[in-house]
Design a protein around this ligand. Structure first.
Ligand SMILES: [Zn+2]
Length: 436
């Protein structure tokens, strides 16, 4: 296991390590980072340490975005002199203005270091041939993986600048054994292959897939679908451009571990800001310990998780474990007649229905009530609506409005999939539905 002592340590050892790293970083930030100097202005000297972590104010993405708008182009969350920065990336989020994030040579090495844990936990070896199937855009996922693979010592095959058919051809020619991409794209790429007479599970050598960018690989039905299509073992890797590569699934694959050597994780009630009990759903708050040049301290990830720290996982790690991975985005939650529903829950239901290949969910309002409209797309025109409606009722206990689209009409995704649209404040209604 990579850095085994930092993955199997006791609570006391972890806290000692985190305290040392955190206090050193806070010292540097206080000296030179205008964003946090302003933010921490009201904290007393004696509060500025790990022991008083909970008195540090939370940081939000909106604050960082607004800071960059007021101080273009990079904002004031910069601890180092400008000349120290060597990499610029942008958040790939589906909403809002992209956030620009900068790395120094030191923090860029840190990204690569964080990835070593992920590759190691997935069982990647130096004999593997790895393709990150991402375009060479401003999304940090591709670039950090590429940097990490060079350090890891596995052969990297670029997967940018080509369409799906070309990627499949390159994968076959180079004997690619590890595929890195979003879960949605893994499904799409396999389907493109099947349509062209290439069965990825039989004709390609891929044995491991690692998925970032969206939660799918943590959802059992989606993971099983990917594994069947590719004949491979799939791993989840949550991370974010502004936070870092903070989590990864292990051999247990029932959730993800947080890399607590490089991140401090807290789970809070999103309304009160107070910590929730172990195993209770809350918002994941992260502090990165190796990116002093562009740090986030107590950053609200917007991700809903259930975290447990109950001894060792079957893989031997004692680090914080997020059951089921990232369960959903806080701001995506919809309350349907008293039932809280994350749109990502539909992946678990719909990916289990044979023939359903894509879906799209729209939240809307009928009078005062929140409602969901679910569109499904199937391999052929066979009617799956009643089956889908029944599966949703059984799993969630709610009724939704349903429609089936003709094949090849819903969008496919190479980066973050966008399957959820919130139109509750737009007066939108599904076609044919009359206002109540
Ligand atoms: Zn584990």
């Amino acid at each position: 296991m990579f850095q085994e002592s930092r993955q199997t340590w006791s609570d006391a050892d972890r806290q000692r390590h985190q305290a040392q790293r955190f206090d050193r970083m806070v010292e540097e930030i206080r000296r030179a980072n205008p964003f946090y100097q302003r933010k921490w202005g009201s904290l007393a000297e004696k509060q500025l340490n790990y022991e008083h972590l909970e008195s540090f104010p939370l940081t939000t993405k909106k604050e960082l975005q607004e800071d960059q708008q007021r101080n273009p182009p990079f904002g004031t969350n910069l601890t180092n002199p400008f000349a120290d920065y060597i990499r610029l990336h942008q958040t790939s989020g589906t909403t809002g203005t992209p956030l620009r994030v900068l790395d120094t040579a030191e923090s860029w090495r840190w990204w690569a270091e964080c990835w070593q844990y992920i590759l190691d936990a997935a069982g990647v070896t130096r004999e593997d041939v790895v393709m990150p199937a991402f375009s060479f855009g401003p999304f940090v996922g591709f670039w950090s993986a590429q940097e990490a693979l060079a350090h890891y010592g596995a052969l990297m095959v670029p997967g940018g600048g080509m369409d799906s058919a070309q990627r499949l051809a390159v994968m076959a020619e180079a004997g690619v054994t590890v595929l890195l991409c979003t879960p949605s794209y893994a499904i799409h790429l396999a389907q493109v292959g099947l349509a062209q007479g290439i069965d990825p599970a039989k004709n390609l050598k891929v044995r491991i897939t690692i998925h970032a960018g969206e939660p799918g690989a943590g959802i059992p039905a989606t993971r099983e679908r990917i594994e069947t299509l590719w004949g491979a073992t799939s791993f989840d890797h949550p991370g974010a451009s502004e936070i870092g590569a903070f989590g990864f699934s292990c051999s247990a694959r029932t959730g993800v571990h947080v890399n607590e050597a490089e991140f401090i994780a807290e789970v809070i009630d999103p309304d009160s800001g107070r910590p929730v009990a172990s195993g209770e759903a809350g918002e994941l708050v992260l502090t990165n310990l190796g990116r002093t040049g562009f740090p986030v301290v107590r950053y609200r990830s917007g991700d809903t998780v259930k975290a447990v720290r109950a001894g060792a996982c079957s893989c031997g790690r004692t680090t914080l474990f997020l059951e089921g991975g990232i369960l959903g985005r806080n701001d995506d939650m919809v309350t349907i007649r008293g039932v809280n529903v994350f749109p990502s829950a539909f992946q678990e239901i719909l990916n289990r229905l044979p023939g359903v290949v894509e879906h799209r969910i729209t939240a809307y309002r009928r009078g005062q009530m929140d409602e969901l409209h679910v569109e499904i797309e199937c391999e052929n025109t066979a009617d799956r609506l009643s089956e889908a409606g029944r599966a949703i009722r059984d799993a969630l206990g709610i009724r939704v409005s349903l429609a089936q689209c003709p094949p090849d009409t819903l969008p496919r995704f190479e980066l973050k999939a966008r399957r959820f649209f919130d139109r509750r404040n737009e007066g939108w209604l599904p076609e044919g539905e009359l206002p109540s």
